[in-house]
Structure formats: structure tokens, C-alpha cells
Write a protein that binds this ligand. Sequence first.
Ligand code: NAD
Length: 777
Amino acid sequence: MSEASPNDPIRKVCVIGAGTMGAGIAAQVANAGVPVLLLDIVRDPANRNAVAQGALDRLAKAEPAAFMSKRAAKLVEVGNIEDDLPRVAECDWVIEAIVERLDLKHALYEKLEGVRRPGTAVSSNTSTIPLEQLIAGRGEGFARDFLITHFFNPPRYMRLLEVVAGPASDAALVAKVSDFADRALGKTVVRAKDTPGFLANRVGTFWIQQAINAAIDLGLSVEEADAVVGKPMGVPKTGVFGLVDLVGIDLMPHLKASLTATLPEDDAYRAIAIDHPLIMKMIADGYTGRKGKGGFYRLNREAGKRKEAIDLATGEYRAAAKPPSLPGAVFKDLKALVGLPGKLGAYAWAVLAPTLSYAASLVPSASDDIVAIDVAMKLGYNWKSGPFELIDKLGTAAFAERLKAEGKPVPAIVELAAGRPFYRVEAGKRQALGLDGEYHDVARAAGVVLLEDIKLAAKPLLKTASAALWDVGDGVAALEFTGKMNALDAEVMKLIGQAIPLVAEKFKGLVIYNEGSHFSAGANLGLALFAMNIAAWGEIEKLVAGGQQAMKALKYAPFPVVGAPSGMALGGGCEVLLHCDAIQAHAESYIGLVECGVGLVPGWGGNGELLDRWRHNPALPKGPMPAVAKVFETVSTATVSKSAAQAIELGFLRPTDQVTMNRDRLLADAKARVLALAEGYQPPEPPVFRLPGAGGKAALDMAVQGFRARGMATPHDEVVSGALARILTGGDADLIDTVTEDELLAAERREFTSLVRNPATQARIEHMLKTGKPLRN
Ligand code: NAD
């Protein structure tokens, strides 16, 4: 059999084990556009692929979605290990994700050794089994091609990938797999040593156990514990008890068993790994969390869906209590949190001190690099700051002193810091403390450009209250939204106005990009509602017209503009993208014109732009109506894409727009896109539309009436979609009339400013701001 070379690209992947992880990994490989063979055991001799096929069927329905598009789903082929194992020879990477049993993994590897192409990577997704044990009994070639690639659940959404190489692993092959995981699968690769639980689960399991132990010891309620451990520590707001409910309480004894089987004898986790009788009883009685009868929290359906929490002392459910109110300072200052008087402050310290000490004690045994441990906790457990960043917030000196005062050991790396922080900024570069006691630049993967790093060394070129303009190098400028939720307002439009002449003079082009969790939540509804409440209609009209002008200025600027969204780009955020020359989207981009949900219509040119994309779509029949109907359907239902790939299907992105899988590579890719467009750049010609006129309007109205009759549309939906239909069809214009872009914009302004005066629209906006949910009036 011919040998594969580390230089061969990864063109096809085989995933063995179609359980939670294997199926999810297969979907993500397919999301990257790479074909996958997904194999599992034969359980039913008459239907030999049933297990893998069942997994594929479940994947298609998974929530949140596992596949980014229907096309991706078609890239997964199912099979079984009895008939199809030899087909691993077609693949460049074999990922084993079968049950966590060494005997079964060994048996599989033995078979694999006979059929795989030497030189193709084989990796295990094991959570706990050391690499050394996995390759025991295999030949030299297998050991050379073997590594551990530890994904997190769910594989599409969790960005962390821990990679463990053995002493015999081929460095070039490990680099090839890591690079594929980074660029194609979008993962942040963190190297870990071959130690139990690697990095994230090692620290995470300790943290969860310690938080539970301390809550029981100090007599806290689950609500109190989660209020302290959640937001103030920069941990997801579920806190620890809420998190354990989510992942399954029954997982705890399994984790404990597998970790204690391999941890060193003197490991601090052993001393805290207690099987609390309350928790063991909960598991035995089926109270395993959200998937079971309930967990530390539950909704009691018999008591009218009352939210309840368990009393940690008695094991009885009671009505959930309001979380304790904490002083504002604890959300900004970790020192204030551990300094709180009474049991809440004591609890914060009782969780943080041992957890942070434990994380620090893993240097250098589990990793030589504090950054790797911080990144692992941030991306594997969604902590806002990693353990070393948290120690910095407490102060390394204060942390060490309090440990000493309490007679607790101070970890060697904290001693090494000797009062200095673990991180510092020097000459515009972020640096971390190394094992040699010196600071070293925090290295980014090759080719990664982050605004976060640029900001350390530079000031913005322009700045208003809601936006800024940055020089991101190579002749490219970046426009950043900076308001709450990156909402858009007059201050953003002002910056766009100032930026255009500056970019035209000094740069080759512009990217619209930011590093918030969401590109933009859309226009600032709070401001709009305020203006409505005081009947400042002139202000609202100015905001609509000003926004339209700013969007047009972007569209017809004498340089290329590339939008680079990640996360949500809604309403006005979507309209900004629609006016760009090209989009470089992060794969996890959720794009939509959601104005109808709050009783409005897109008012910043979104209608015409979406229409323009659809009328050039060759898949639609000729004539003005099909494109209008498409836009009407998408906008009236406030449809939001669940991925960038789906945004292309919905017409928000053009088929020529491009997708970046790795969030950290988005800015670099967007810059490259600007530079590619800059050569001989010509702004677009203004479009002229042929709209279907009164006949088209009647057809759309009839469709909405049908929805009304079936109870699928509300009275105000009919009003709002009527306004939308008037914009898109040209209202009473005749079929042969042409409509210019400016005429369409004027229609948008008319309908928008009429809807804002409607009390039912105002009620929708108010409700959305109060509850975050749409009002169906
Ligand atoms: P799972 O129980 O959901 O799925 C395991 C799958 O492997 C099942 O479909 C089973 O039929 C199949 N299988 C068993 N023996 C097989 C064999 N010999 N050949 C082919 N298929 C076989 O398990 P999971 O949670 O997906 O875990 C899989 C691996 O990933 C384990 O090593 C686990 O430690 C690791 N892991 C799990 C998680 C997690 O959150 N669940 C996270 C990271 C890593």
C-alpha cells in the first residue's frame, strides 16, 4: 500500500464511533466542505449501517444545529466497521471516537493497523486515557502517525481542540492535523502534555467539585453559590450547579472514576473528590439534571411549572429563591468578591483559592505554558478569564500572601512570579511569564491578526461614541462598532461619514469588523423608543435618512468595503453588510432582517439590496415577482440564518462571498479580500428595479391573509407586511414602471416613519426591550 506523505492535504476524513462526539465531529468536518466516512458497529445484521445512519438522522435535527448547511449534510457517508473498515485507506485522517474503553480502542487500532495507509494520521478523541496506553502493542509506524485530538461538546460550537503528541509522533503529521483543525475546522489548537484529563477537564473537574463541596460545607443555597461563581467570576451565568444540570449530574462519578484511575497519587483532586450522599441519591433516583427528572434546579410541572431548587442540606425541592443581590463592585473587581463579608466572600475564596492553585500547580507537569491553560479554560469552559488571568486580578502577591497566611502551599509558578503579574504589556505587545522567570511575547498562530493586539500598540484614527476607525496594516483600515451590543446609532453614521474621505485618501480599502460576541444587534431600539415616547418624529426621520446616506456612502465609496461579521448581524447590522462590496464571514454568522419582529420594516436600504441579490439569482424564474416574493418571505418572517452558509442560501450573502472557519483568522482573510478587490476597483452602478406593482402587492396581501386565517399571523403582522409589500412591489406602480434606488429608499422611509407612529409597533419595541422576546400583537 502506498505511503501517505505529511505534505498531502487532508481531503477526506474517517470518523469511527458515531456517538455524541463522533457524529458532531463528522458534521464539523463536513461543514468545512470535506467529505467524511462515519462508521459505527453493526447492531442489526439486517440493517448494517443502522447505528451510523441513526446518528446522521439525529444530526440533521440537532439543536443547536450541527450542520451549517444542507450541502454539508450530504458530505457525510455512513458505514460500519465490519464491512467498511478497509475504506479508511481512502482517508487522510482517521478520528477514533468510540466508547471510552481501552480494550475496545486497542481492538479497533489492531484492525486499523492492517488496513490504513501508512502515513495517514490516526487520532483518538479520548478524554482520559493516556496516549502511551493507547498505542501499547502497536507497531512503530502506528505510533509515528498517532496523536490525541480532544474535541469539546458540541464539536461545532466549542472552539477548543487539545492536541497531545507522543514521543514517537511525527511532528510534521501533528502539524498537518493541527493546521487542518485550525483553518478548516475553525478550532483553536492548544498543545497539552500526555497527562490525565489534559488541561481544560483537569482544571474544570476540580473547579466543579470544589464549588459543590464548598457550597455544602459553608451552608450556601445553590442560588447563592451560582450567583457568586457565575457572573462575578466571569463564568457562564448558569454557575456551577446550573452547569452540572446541563451536562448531566451522572457524568460526575464517571469523570471522577476515570481521573482518579490515572492521576498521580498525591494529586490535590483526590482529596476533594467526594461522592456526596445527596448527589449519589439524586443520580440513583433519576434526578440527573435537565435530561432527567430534574437536577439542582427543576421546573415543577405539577406546581404550574414552578421553578424549584434543591435544598443541599435536606435534598428536598423548594421554590427557587431570588439570587442574592451583590454589590456592583464584585462584578468589576475580583478582589472585592473574595473580600465580601460573610459566607458569600468566604465561598468565593473557598472556590477560587484551591482551583487557581490547582491550575497553577499543573505548570510544568501538564503544560509549560500558562497561556495554554488560560486559553483551554476560556474556550473549553467558556470562562471569560483563564486561571492565571484571574490570579492577576487578585494580584499574585496578595494571592500568595493569603495562601501563606492560611497555611496553604503556594504553587511554584506563583512563587516564580514573585509579585509580578503573569501577563503584562510591553512595547505594545502582550507578554506572559515563562518557566524561565522572564516575559515572552504571547504568540499568535501564523497569519492571525487581531484588533485586540493592534489596540495595544496604537490609537484609533477616528473615534465617536459608538464607533472607531483603525489602521490594521497593509493599507487597510477597519471600522469597529463599539456601542452596547454593537448597536447602530447616529454616532456610527457620523463615523462612517468621517471615515470615507480619510480611507479614500490614505488607504486601499476598508473592512467593517469588530471582536465583540456579535457583529451588531442592529439599530439602537432603546434610543428609537425614547424618541417615539416624546414624539420626536423629526429625530427618527433624521436617523432613517442619515442611515440611508451612510449606507450609500459605503456602497459607492471609491474603495472596496468588505464586511466581516461574526455572531449576530441583525436588522441594521445586516443592512451594513448588504451595502458592502464583498463579505468575508465567520462561519458562525447569524444574519437577518428582523425589523418586522418589532413592527418595523428595514429602513436603511436593506429591501433594495436584498432584492438586488435575489433578482440576479439564476435559480429563480425570470420576471420581477419571484425575487420580490423571496425577499418578502424572508423579511416578513424575520428569518435569521443559522450560519454563514445558510446566509448564502437566504440571499443575505452573495454566492461569491467567502467564509472563514476560524474566528481568529477573520480579520486577516477580510484584509486579503480588500487587497484583492483594490486593484482597479470601480464602485457599483446604482440598480434600477422593475417591480411587479399593484398585482404583485395583491398576491402578497393574499398570502398574508391566508396566514391570518390559519392563525399564523397576527393583526399587526398584516399591517407590517402590508408596508413591506408596498415597498417591494412598488405599491400601485404599473408593471412596466422602473424604480430607481432612491425611489425605493424613499418608499422605505415613508413606510418606516408611518409604522413608528403606530401604537402596536411601539408596543412591540417596548416589549422587546423589556423581555428580549417578540410581542405577537
Ligand atoms: P458515545 O457513547 O456517545 O458514543 C460512542 C459510540 O461508539 C457509540 O455510537 C458506539 O456504538 C460506538 N462504538 C463503540 N464501540 C465501537 C467500535 N468498536 N467501533 C466502532 N464504534 C464503536 O460516546 P461519546 O460521548 O461520543 O465519546 C466518544 C469518545 O469521545 C470517548 O473516548 C470520550 O471519552 C470522548 N469524549 C467525550 C466527550 C463528551 O462530552 N461526550 C468530550 C470529549 C471527548
